[in-house]
Design a protein around this ligand. Structure first.
Ligand SMILES: [Zn+2]
Ligand SMILES: [Zn+2]
Length: 142
């Protein structure tokens, strides 16, 4: 995947990581992300490039059959979502040290977005059903 190596970490600095990501940010409006991050989750995707420097400080919450949400055990910062048994993680954009080049390109689970906010950004918009269908199609292709 094209991208650049970036660094990031939590609020207190107990967890630091590196990853190779593009500057494309996706926002997820699903109820779980909103509960977990206290807002929509802004994330940059990375394949197998995520390397956590101090795993012992990393809390792991199995939020569904297929995914885990990882956070700092000390300060509670939401850090990334990863698929169990697959090389895929969605890293919180705000966990990156430098967010100056990021661009919001997509929004998912727009059908779960609460009515009290709306982004002015013009982005791709997908419902939860559309996200699952795209994921299933990608899996079928291998
Ligand atoms: Zn921390
Ligand atoms: Zn979500």
């Amino acid at each position: 995947m094209a991208g650049q190596m970036v660094k990031g970490g939590c609020l207190c600095g107990a967890v630091r990581f590196t990853a190779t990501v593009s500057n494309h940010v996706g926002a997820c409006h699903c109820s779980m992300c909103r509960k977990w991050t206290a807002g929509p989750m802004f994330a940059v995707e990375c394949a197998g490039s995520l390397k956590v420097e101090n795993e012992t400080q990393l809390g792991v919450y199995r939020s569904s059959e297929w995914a885990e949400r990882c956070f700092c055990k000390v300060c509670g910062t939401s850090l990334f979502y990863r698929l169990v048994g697959k090389d895929f993680a969605a890293i919180s954009a705000e966990a990156l040290d430098d967010v100056s080049k990021l661009e919001l390109v997509g929004q998912i689970f727009v059908d779960e977005k609460p009515a009290y906010y709306d982004f002015a950004n013009k982005t791709k918009m997908q419902t939860g059903a559309e996200v699952f269908a795209e994921f299933a199609a990608a899996q079928a292709k291998g």
